[in-house]
Design a binder for this molecule. Sequence first.
Ligand code: B12
Ligand code: SF4
Length: 447
Amino acid sequence: MKILFIQPKMSKRPMDTYLKTRMSPSLAIYTLIALTPEKHEVIIINENIEKIDYNLDVDLVAITVTVDVFSQAIQIASKFKSRGIPTIAGGIHISSCPEESMKYFDSICVGMAERIWENVLQDAEIGKLQKCYCDMDNIRGDEIVSPAYAKIDKNKYFYTNIISTSRGCPFRCDFCYNSSNASTEHVKRPIENVINEIMTLKNQHIMFIDDNFIGDIPWAKEFCTRIAPMNLKWNCAVSANILNHLDLLDMMKKAGCQSLFIGFESINANSINSVHKIQNNIMNYDKLIEEIHNRGMMINASIVFGLDDDDPSVFNTTLEWMVKRKVETVTAHILTPYPGTKLYEKMLKENKIFDFDYSHYNTANVVYYPNKMSPQELYDGYINFYKKFYSFKNIIRRIPQNKSQWSTYFFFNFVYRKFGKVTEILSYVIPLNLIGRVISLLCYKNN
Ligand code: B12
Ligand code: SF4
């Protein structure tokens, strides 16, 4: 068969440039390709980069779907369906909302492709695609296959040095897909498999894109011990309870970890409690930042605005708090009730959601009535927060004490954020992977 894999076009947030949409390839698609026997021909289209040729002569169209691209995926499917070409969709949003999704595609995949894809291909070959392929039983770590990295066109992306060491997260914060039916138990891959993947990438700088790298503490310790001699530099996302495991933080530093993405979400305890983020204790935030900075690691803090106890003062209070503590980068979001999550169910019951256009569900739009401010106040506050956090003055105020981090710090704050539009223009003449390579080199140079 000839199979067309599609990653639909995502909607850009106002503070992002198109660089964000070309940050990294979809590991879901390259995992599907790894699971596809050689006898089939595969075509890959990332709509963020290239146009979809709707006249392509293919036997099956497979689309990967997150909530923000759901409507776009429906449009794409309907065009192929009108030519009689079968379509199948899968991904986090489809697994979170199978019933709604089923209406729009010939077939859907609920759960991980590893358990399902072989059957899909066999049925598609004989023209008997089922309506729904579902396997939500917990996948074992050793069932997770390596994405087909060799098939990635590196010129199209900033980074291709991305690895997922696990699936899921031990926590279930109300706003996260992990509180929905799409969630699995937290599963770690065998360390050997991850190390083999690192070697395949032939890059000394790795981005681990797990939900939570420290979801299994003994695994994380063992992994750090094993990779320490490899001389890597790497980044990952961890939950705030890393503060209870300072020995692990030491091991991560020793193994080459340079920066941590952490879901602080809010500096207001009531707001944190409202989404049941039980692992976050704001009384410990200062210590958490101090311990990370003391080890020469940088922080990318994730912040959510619009939580239940947030009023219009939240933007300035958070800004001052983050700047004072020299948090190196912040990724801010407007609270978004992803369908299927606990938050969505709660807001639905309270009749709070006024916008059901999922293309707005990219954390840069207000789709519900916040408790203590108007939707407009929330939107404006969020946009201004970004402007102020990445203002010249505040970038200077936040400069890390550790000089060896300056190159990476300035690169992200100026080249990616403050002057992102200029970098975007430059990227039309300089290949993206070259820019990515420079970033990796800068990261590698840092201690
Ligand atoms: C890396 C990442 C990014 C990267 C790269 C995204 C990309 N396009 O690949 C960047 C930084 C660019 C990004 C951007 C955004 N992201 Co993002 N991202 C992730 C992250 C951390 C990992 C994704 C990943 O590679 N997983 C590994 C792969 C192998 O797993 P998978 O996608 O689930 O695929 C498996 C199954 O779902 C299934 N499957 C998937 N697709 C298909 C298709 C078919 C046909 C079949 C059969 C099966 C199948 O099989 C796969 C293999 O088992 C996830 C969190 C997560 N755990 O998934 C968030 C996540 C996907 N992102 C999310 C969001 C909201 C966004 C943004 C909208 C955020 C923003 N504010 O800008 C944007 C735009 C997203 C987009 N349209 O692509 C949400 C989606 C929520 C939802 N309900 O849909 C997630 C789940 C984060 C979260 N905790 O809420 N993201
Ligand atoms: S800790 Fe992060 S990844 Fe885990 S459930 Fe909460 S928000 Fe999701």
